[in-house]
Structure formats: structure tokens, C-alpha cells
Design a protein around this ligand. Structure first.
Ligand code: FES
Length: 565
């Protein structure tokens, strides 16, 4: 692909010295020092955006994957350049990787845009790395292909199959309820993540991998191959080879990221009972590509798509099961009547052409259902509106308690994730199972939107056997979590949204069928409370300050306002 001046390969995106001949001469001199000769530099250049980091344990298998991509590029006659970018370790980053998704997107975009690169392979995996890379690809619009590091394999504890991180949460809840002692939870801790790779349930990383394949930005079969497996490494080689084709006859990301592609991605998101985080990320990616995707798009498509996979947290299986059953291609085959078959793909053919030669789900398997015999009802993801969320909120109905989808109860309010951590187990709060737990100031501006929305059940209720309660917040929830949890309320409390006005004891009404979340308090009383709201101070400096000044609300993708076209 040529740069803005029509140059390709090593002569693209020249360093500015005011003398182009000098720029080329300098570039070749320094590359000669790295062993590159004229034959090398005549090839199309394919960058590999590498999100390896020792902090991102999920990417421990990335170096081997990057080597396979590099081999594919060399085999196809390209010249690979691996370039490190930031990485976003979901479990080791404070307060939340979401605060840094846009920073990684911006950094990746600028590194693609500013270096000689005819195509790029985006090597990601852990939750926010993939959406950040896709946002970058949509903005830079250099031919791009996504490769993920792949999911972990499952472990076991005392004969029970385990995986991160739905089982992390389930066992922690049992520990809090007194069913598992300290020694046992330590044994569980050592069994949850037995191999390299991303979380092996249908959490955010797996969801994003599957929707990226459905978007057409990943070669077929790339979402589910386990990390370190031969399937994963062969996929890396194939992606490297294909990236060289793209460098020679470019298909740009924005041609692939069309409305039909997002339709297909939302169909898959719904069919896998995927992470609510994907709603924010797909919205952000679409907006980078110039498409206005809204909450209603998610709701309307989800309402027509039954759950077709038996995967945690909505079901029982793990990603390796889905891979053995044929992976996303087999799932797409099962979903074919609901898909936009004319959508293009980075592999060349349209989705319809790919599906014409795709085998249906293998008949011995049980992890992929059919439209005739689905594994769960439609409407896995629902979007809500109401006086508590005028601009919208979301709930993962597939992971909620049926008995709580229509509920009214008094609020127990926590002013921040820290406040909730400090007080939620305090019996003096007299929280009952009828209460609605409200968490605020955890939205994009307030706290970078951490995955704090699935507040724990107060310990004394958990010990009494309470497994679920209605929870409402402007936060997000991990894709591996479950429960009746209303998320992403917009506008958020930190900018004066209605969550800021809730007081302990106020009645809150949830009606998922009617798509409503309401604060049952008179408007005049709410106006009186609003007059007493104090503006929240911004972070003092650096990225958190810039982020808080420019981040958009959840229903707009939580991108920075100056990055959206
Ligand atoms: Fe990295 Fe789950 S923590 S994918």
C-alpha cells in the first residue's frame, strides 16, 4: 500500500529532513547496519504490532506466535518488522485497562501511520488489546489483519474442570459464603490458569476474538485455536502470508468494516452470549470507521438471535470445546440465515463464499446448537432506557436470574468502587435480597469505567444462600461475570447523570422486557437534589486528566472525542 505521497515499501512515510534523497539514503544506511540489503528493501513491508509484555501473562505465548507470523511474511516474499506497542494486562493494571484502551489505540495508530508499512498484522489477545488495535486499524486505514494469541486450555481442581475467569468468580463467591476455606481457595487459585493464553470462557477476550472473525478482519478459524497449539501457530503463518497479499493489493480496513460486517459481529456476539464490553468496543470501532452504531442496533439484532453456544458464563463449555466443534466458521454456518453474506473479509472472499465451503458444526459435538434447536433464548444482551439511564444502559440477560428481570426494590448506594469495597459487608447497612445495589462514579469520566459493576453479594447474605441481586451502575462488568447487573448507565454520575441523585432507600424499578430502568422519585425532588450536586474534580495531571476531559460516554463507545471522525 502506498503512503499519502504515493510511496510504497521502505520509501513510504519518509523521515522529514527537508531533502527526500537524504532521507532515503539515511534510511538505507541505518537499515544496512541491521543486515538489510537492496533485495530485502525491495519487498513489501509488513509490520507486526506486538503486545508482548511480562505483565500481560495472557500474552506469554506471543513471542512464538509472532515468530510464526514473521515466517509467513518471509515465505510470501514480504519483509517483516516487529514493533512493540503498549500492552494492557487486564489483571495487573490499575485502576482498569479501559482507562488505557484509547491510549493503546492512539499509539498503535500513530506507529502504523508514521513508519514504513504496507500492511500490518495486529497481534493481540487480552481484553482491551484487540479493540484498541481495531480502532487503530480503522483510523490508520492501512491494510490490517488481526491475530490473537488464543485461549488457555482448561485446568481442574479435585476432578472438577476449571477455567478463568467465570470459575474464579464462582469459587471466590463460595469462599465468601464460607463453603471453601483458605487452604482450598489457594489450591483453586493454582488451578485456574494452567497454560499460556487468554481467558478460556466466553469473556471479553474470547468475545472480541469471535466478533473480530465475524467482522472479517481475521482469517477464518483464528478466534478459538488454543494458545501455543499447532492450529494457533499455523494460523499465525497463514496470517503472515495473507498480510503480504494485502500489502500488494490492498483492501483497507474501512472497506471491511462496513455496516454488514457489524451486523454479523452483533449476531455472533448475541449467539455466544458474549461480553457486554463488546457493545462499548464495537461502538467505538464502528465510529472510527465512520458508522453510527447505537444501543438499539445491539438490542434489535440480539432480540432476533438465540444463544447457539454452550459456553461459560452463559453455559457450561470452554473455548477449546468450541474450537474442536469447528470454531467460529462452524458457528457462522449455523447462523447463516441471519447473516449478511455479502460482507467482505480480509481473507478475500465474501462471508457467503466462505460459508459455501464451510462444514456445518460437527455432528458429535454439543457446544454449538442450531437455529432449530438453540441452546438459549434470544435477547442475550438487552439495552435499557429510563429515568435512571436516559442515554441507555445494558444488561446481559443471558447471565441474569430470570426471577430478577422484573424487580422493584430500595436502593443501597455506594459512591465509588472503593466505598463499595469498604462498606458492602457491613451488617449495619441492613441490606436485604430485595435491595438494589447502586454503584456510581465508576463511569468513563468518574473512574475510567472499571469492571466493578458486578458488586459482590454482601457477605452476610451470601452466607445465607443469596446468589444474586439486582445491581445498577455506570461501570462495566467482566465478560466472565454473571448476575442481574445493569451496566453502562449514561449519562454517568460524574457528569451529573441521574445515578448521582439516588439516595439510600429510593425505589428502583427494573423491567427488562419493557427495556426500562427507572428511579421512582418525583421529578421535583430530583431537581432539588440536583441543585445540591457539587462538580467532581478532574484528575490533576497526565493521561487520566486528558482522558477525563475528552472521553465520550459508554453508549458512544467511550472513545476520545478528538479521535472520532
Ligand atoms: Fe487476559 Fe482474561 S485476563 S484475557
Amino acid at each position: 500500500m502506498s503512503d499519502e505521497s504515493g510511496r510504497r515499501g521502505i520509501d513510504s512515510n519518509l523521515t522529514s529532513y527537508g531533502d527526500e534523497g537524504f532521507s532515503r539514503y539515511m534510511r538505507r544506511a541505518f537499515l544496512a547496519s541491521a543486515g538489510f540489503d537492496a533485495t530485502d528493501l525491495d519487498r513489501p513491508i509488513v509490520g507486526i504490532a506486538d503486545t508482548s509484555s511480562e505483565y500481560t501473562t495472557c500474552h506469554r505465548g506471543m513471542p512464538e506466535l509472532v515468530e510464526s507470523i514473521r515466517r509467513g511474511i518471509l515465505e510470501a516474499g514480504g519483509l517483516p518488522f516487529v514493533f512493540p506497542t503498549g500492552s494492557l494486562p487486564e489483571i495487573l493494571m490499575s485502576p482498569t485497562t479501559m482507562l488505557y484502551r484509547n491510549l493503546l489505540a492512539m499509539q498503535t495508530e500513530e506507529l502504523i501511520r508514521s513508519q514504513p508499512m504496507d500492511a500490518v498484522v495486529l497481534a493481540g489477545g487480552c481484553d482491551k488489546t484487540v479493540p484498541a488495535q481495531l480502532m487503530a486499524a480503522a483510523s490508520a486505514n492501512v491494510p490490517a489483519i488481526s491475530v490473537v494469541v488464543g485461549p488457555m486450555r482448561t485446568g481442574s481442581w479435585r476432578g472438577e474442570r476449571l477455567g478463568a475467569c467465570t470459575d474464579c468468580r464462582r469459587f471466590w463467591a463460595r469462599h465468601r459464603a464460607g463453603e471453601i476455606d483458605a487452604a482450598e481457595i489457594t489450591e483453586v487459585e493454582q488451578s485456574l490458569c494452567p497454560t499460556s493464553g487468554t481467558c478460556m470462557v466466553m469473556g471479553t477476550a474470547s468475545t472480541l476474538a469471535c466478533v473480530t472473525e465475524a467482522l472479517g478482519l481475521m482469517l477464518p478459524g483464528g478466534a478459538t485455536a488454543p494458545c501455543g497449539s499447532g492450529d494457533r501457530l499455523r494460523h499465525g503463518v497463514a496470517a503472515g502470508r495473507r498480510a503480504v497479499d494485502l500489502a500488494r493489493s490492498p483492501v483497507r480496513p474501512r472497506e471491511i468494516l462496513c455496516r454488514e460486517a457489524f451486523h454479523n459481529a452483533i449476531v455472533v456476539l448475541s449467539a455466544v452470549g458474549g461480553s457486554t464490553n463488546a457493545i462499548v468496543h464495537l461502538t467505538a470501532i464502528a465510529r472510527r470507521a465512520g458508522l453510527a452504531l447505537g444501543l438499539d442496533d445491539f438490542h434489535e439484532i440480539s432480540a432476533r438471535v438465540p444463544r447457539l453456544t454452550d459456553l461459560k458464563p452463559a453455559g457450561n463449555g470452554y473455548l477449546e470445546d468450541l474450537h474442536r466443534a469447528g470454531g467460529v466458521p462452524a458457528l457462522l454456518k449455523a447462523l447463516e440465515p441471519l447473516l449478511e453474506r455479502g460482507a467482505p473479509s480480509v481473507s478475500g472472499p465474501t462471508l457467503g463464499e466462505i460459508l459455501a465451503v464451510t462444514a456445518p458444526p460437527r455432528d458429535w459435538q454439543t457446544v454449538i446448537g442450531s437455529l432449530e434447536n438453540p441452546l438459549g433464548p434470544s435477547g442475550a444482551l438487552a439495552t435499557l432506557r429510563g429515568s435512571l439511564a436516559p442515554d441507555g444502559a445494558v444488561i446481559k440477560a443471558a447471565a441474569a436470574s430470570k426471577s430478577l428481570l422484573l424487580h422493584r426494590g430500595p436502593a443501597a448506594v455506594f459512591d465509588s468502587p472503593e466505598d463499595a469495597a469498604a462498606r458492602i459487608d457491613d451488617p449495619a447497612l441492613r441490606i436485604t435480597p430485595r435491595h438494589v445495589l447502586v454503584l456510581r462514579n465508576a463511569g468513563p469520566v468518574g473512574a475510567g469505567m472499571p469492571e466493578a459493576g458486578s458488586l459482590p453479594i454482601p457477605r452476610y447474605l451470601a452466607e445465607a444462600g443469596v446468589k444474586d441481586m439486582v445491581r445498577v451502575s455506570d461501570a462495566r462488568m467482566s465478560g466472565t461475570a454473571y448476575g442481574t447487573v445493569v451496566l453502562h448507565c449514561a449519562p454517568e454520575a460524574a457528569i451529573g447523570g441521574p445515578l448521582a441523585l439516588v439516595r439510600d432507600g429510593d425505589e428502583i424499578s427494573l423491567d427488562v422486557d419493557a427495556r426500562r430502568i427507572d428511579l421512582c422519585v418525583e421529578a421535583t425532588e430530583l431537581e432539588r437534589r440536583r441543585a445540591g450536586l457539587a462538580p467532581r474534580p478532574l484528575p490533576e495531571r497526565g493521561w487520566p486528566r486528558l482522558y477525563a476531559q475528552h472521553v465520550l460516554q459508554a453508549h458512544e463507545g467511550a472513545d476520545l472525542d478528538f479521535l472520532v471522525p
